[in-house]
Unconditional design. Structure first.
Ligand code: 13P
Length: 331
């Protein structure tokens, strides 16, 4: 593990006013989004859509890294240039989703653990050869009366630690992504407690396993009411609770923190990040790593008229710019 290399990659990824764009939807997630909009779910259509995301002119002003899915990692633009070489030529870091999705957690109804640890080291070696400098591994937690259970959080945390170590051994920066799902009618206090307990478990496993904390990035959900909650929360309340929770449990020497958008309304995700940066100074770099909140407008526009790539790219650029402004409290 070369700690200097890891720290340098982290600082390139988190240099203000930039954030990370997630375009790492798995085949099934990407196809579901295409189906909803009437787009054929073929490899070529996914390539065409990803080409517009990767080739958007000027996006490198706002985006430091793209997280790709395995299929996208191997695809090329129509002019023959690989997506990886296009991103690198813009100075954008290439990241790769390396988890294999989730599976049922035995004996725990409705709970999930993340798959993909088998053979991970070999896959990472290949991705590194292809040009990846960072990776992502996601675990999900459903908020319910008795969930997430301690056992489920612990199991996922052990996997995070194994994954993070495997990445760092190859000088690949691991993004550790524990996502407390927005589904449900729980209130913000419940989300706060679940996020707090889970972060405690995640960081204690990472530290015990010897993961180099300044060489990782935490990708987290915000502390937010469930999407069917009776009482909503303002941007200021979400910002205050999220930062308080993170300050309690995230080590000060972590490389940095980024947010997923998790199904929030696009603009709310931007406003929440902006509100966090308008508060007191923060102990760690804090920015965005949104998927949907940046892509939604572009995808809808392209689905309606795939010949008007420029329009979709403009929408993508605008969303990236808005979030870049929010990442320095200037939205
Ligand atoms: P969303 O911002 O759409 O939640 O995607 C981020 C991500 O990487 C999910 O794993």
């Amino acid at each position: 593990m070369n700690q200097e290399v890891l720290i340098k990659t982290v600082s390139r990824l988190l240099a203000p006013p930039k954030g990370i764009l997630a375009i790492d939807e798995s085949l099934s997630t990407c196809n579901k989004r295409f189906e909803k909009l009437g787009v054929p779910t073929t490899e070529e259509k996914r390539r065409e859509y990803r080409e517009l995301l990767v080739t958007t002119p000027g996006i490198e002003k706002y985006i430091s890294g793209y997280i790709l899915f395995d299929e996208t990692m191997r695809q090329s633009a129509l002019d023959g240039r690989s997506f990886i070489s296009i991103l690198k030529s813009k100075g954008i870091e290439v990241g790769i989703k390396v988890d294999g999705g989730t599976t049922d957690f035995p004996l725990h109804l409705g709970e999930k653990v993340t798959k993909g640890i088998e053979g991970l080291a070999d896959r990472l070696k290949e991705y590194k050869k292809l040009g990846a400098t960072f990776a992502k591994w996601r675990a999900i937690y459903t908020v319910g009366e008795n969930t997430p259970s301690h056992d489920c959080m612990k199991e996922n945390a052990i996997l995070f630690a194994q994954y993070a170590l495997a990445c760092q051994r190859l000088d690949i920066v691991p993004i550790v992504e524990p996502e407390v799902l927005i589904d449900g009618d729980h209130d913000m206090e419940k989300c706060y407690k679940v996020t707090l307990d889970n972060l405690q478990i995640v960081f204690s496993e990472l530290k015990e396993a010897g993961v180099f904390i300044p060489g990782i990035i935490l990708k987290t959900s915000m502390v937010i009411p469930g999407k069917d909650a009776k009482v909503s929360a303002s941007n200021i309340e979400i910002a205050r609770n999220t930062v308080k929770c993170l300050k309690e449990k995230v080590p000060k020497d972590i490389g940095g923190i980024v947010f997923l958008s998790g199904g929030q309304d696009d603009e709310e995700a931007t406003k929440n990040l902006n509100a966090m940066h308008q508060m007191d100074s923060l102990p760690w770099p804090l920015t965005f790593s949104y998927g949907r909140a940046i892509q939604n407008g572009a995808l809808e526009s392209w689905a309606k008229d795939s010949s008007d790539v420029a329009c979709a790219q403009e929408l993508l650029l605008k969303a990236a710019k808005d979030n870049s402004l929010a990442s320095v409290g200037q939205y």
